[in-house]
Design a protein around this ligand. Sequence first.
Ligand code: DMJ
Length: 452
Amino acid sequence: MMKHAWDNYKRYAWGLNELKPISKQGHSSNLFGNIQGATIVDALDTLYIMEMKEEFKEAKEWVEKNLDFNVNAEISVFEVNIRFVGGLLSAYYLSGEEIFRKKAVELGEKLLPAFNTPTGIPWALLNIKSGIGRNWPWASGGSSILAEFGTLHLEFIHLSHLSGNLLFAEKVMNIRKVLNRLDKPEGLYPNYLNPSSGQWGQHHVSIGGLGDSFYEYLLKAWLMSGKTDEEGRKMYYDAVQAIETHLIRKSSGGLTYIAEWKGGLLEHKMGHLTCFAGGMFALGADGAPNDKTGHHIELGAEIARTCHESYDRTSMKLGPEAFRFDGGVEAIATRQNEKYYILRPEVIETYMYMWRLTHDPKYRQWGWEAVEALEKYCRVDGGYSGIRDVYNNHQSHDDVQQSFFLSETLKYLYLLFSEDDLLPFEHWVFNTEAHPLPVLHKDDGNKEENQK
Ligand code: DMJ
């Protein structure tokens, strides 16, 4: 599958951000401005792990010769961080090739002006030439987004570690300080925070889009610190406690789901993005306070089952973008604009974590069902495409091969069917785009110290 996705990208869209597999040409997303090569950088570590040596070599050569950040580009700080910085860092740690470290640090430095706000909460969008930032025009009251400014921590800690420049770590530690000073409604974190006033925007809470990876990074910051980052740990388990009390519900058919919270009212909807939380709960089970380890594993298993049901209740056996638990339905999309599947990884990601942590064979079975569906409905001559309506057997392709299909979906599938000692959890933490970063121990020192 990786070979098919890669070869077609190479054939029809080499050097561009993504592939349009039906029209067989490049696809540019405005998330990366005119930084190019998103698929190449996102796929580097997957190629390495899968031992696709020739392909890795040609990808590395492209990075050396063509990856250029001296462009007049307005980019999404979050997307560029998780895909480009994360991809380069993993490629460096896996291969030891200096070029990747150099490019990651160079790009990290370009992102720093995003933090020039009154509170230090970064802008969502940044022109990397002028250093001028702004927020998404649609975001509540000029706010920055929780899942965006909350998903820089792992990469920035590694940038400080590899460059000796402590500014990266200071910037992300300050985000925590701002958050810890604020009152949280019912202990929950709203998705919107104004970077000028330091006040919350609308009180929308979500473990899916706009919130998701903020929670993931609290847990993983603690794990990546060799379990020394007590602040990250506390923030994570306190947040999970509030999520359990206010957002997690069971349907009458017995399916556990995570609802969205809007100013105290629940919307009984769960996004595909939210399905990553099954893996997160299981990954965090080991450190859960008050003997709750078994409970967190069970929660992960229940979310995995619900998300599997969301796949199983479609005709293509691939899950919709969002599914509901109201109006007489359970785990089914009811609105036309929520029926699409864009090659997202979160359900397979949760199967991979659940498999590693329980070895229950059903997770491999469920992963295999997803492989069969991807092959049947998403694979086309020119690569892999998303689907517009997973309930309709007459395929309508969206004509985009997302870069996260190569970095996440295929990597998590590969790990699901590999031995546990390939990227073991004791030594590696995956960023939110599935780029593995090594656990840092106190005595690791930073790059400069190591060189002395
Ligand atoms: C990826 O870019 C990351 O997983 C992110 O955290 C959420 N969205 C996509 C995949 O669905």
